[in-house]
Ligand binder design. Sequence first.
Ligand code: ATP
Ligand code: LTN
Length: 336
Amino acid sequence: MIDGKKVLFSGMQATGTLTLGNYLGALKNWVALSNEYECFYSVVDLHSITVRQDAGELRRRARNLLTLYIAAGLDPEKNCLYYQSHVPAHAELAWILNCFTYMGELNRMTQFKDKASKHANNINAGLYTYPVLMAADILLYQADAVPVGKDQLQHLEITRDIAQRFNSVYGDVFTVPEPFIGKTGAKIMSLQEPEKKMSKSDDNPNASIFLMDDPDTIIRKFKKAVTDMEASVRYDAVKQPGICNLMDIYGSCTGKSTAEIEREFDGKGYGEFKLAVGEAVVSVLKPVQERFDELIRDKSYIDTMIRKNAEKAGYYANKTLRKAQKKVGFPERVRE
Ligand code: ATP
Ligand code: LTN
């Protein structure tokens, strides 16, 4: 608890251009939850270097991502928006937690298996212990809730196991966090292969909608989206995975339920439906894009918020870090 409010932590990597999946599955929920909780939202740049990055490009993307957090509606006065690399406690706690995590647990992580097969020439130890760093992120702030898309549930589960293991040895050091999955948009699928999740790192640009795509591009990509054989807008995950995905996107952008969408497009063709989905997405993304364009020019505003929020994050993170260090037996620092 901070000032009587429950704590919420989440983070994103600046390893590509954000997709509609990141927005509907994560960022949109972050904004919705930001009044109710004391929120920490990080740009997790330590995680990003588990795959090779161009340094200048990573720096540029990380700044864009922090700016996008604000553009999407997160007030940096109320929410702590910061770079993970500005708070060394993340790496320090991760080391301690590494010593409370079993290789057997890490071997089961599906994201590791996916990324290892994609980057077969660079299966580094950081990629392997990625979930431990993620556990450190969350536990440092004593987070009660962690809003993520479904793909991150396994990492939340291991975070809870590590916290419980540490607590069972040393008493109540860490809050055991709960995942928070939004009702809609939890897993937005690729527009070209609806059995795969929409991903920043997909090689086919038509598979993903990027947050900065202009309206014409968005409409064009939806027109090209893979649909099914049934020729009706009906929610049937087995027969119509493509249409279900488009219905999820439409529902998430308009707030309409599946039944309402089926009624709205009863007797209408895929073409009309796809256009409506495209238009709904354009109207959700346009205000975010406009605000981003304004903010990115205001260098001193962004710099000030980066400095202030890194201090705030550091304050809370260090409190927990000191507690954990003391428990495992590191000596107190002698002050003059
Ligand atoms: P990559 O595709 O490069 O592995 P990513 O798109 O999964 O990256 P992350 O930074 O790992 O991006 O994820 C940021 C947040 O967005 C996480 O909470 C994740 O669960 C969520 N998310 C990512 N893709 C989707 C998706 N297709 N649908 C819903 N949520 C998603
Ligand atoms: N692993 C996450 C990003 C991430 C995260 C976190 C999410 C790093 N640390 C802490 C929630 C809480 C991802 O790949 N989406």
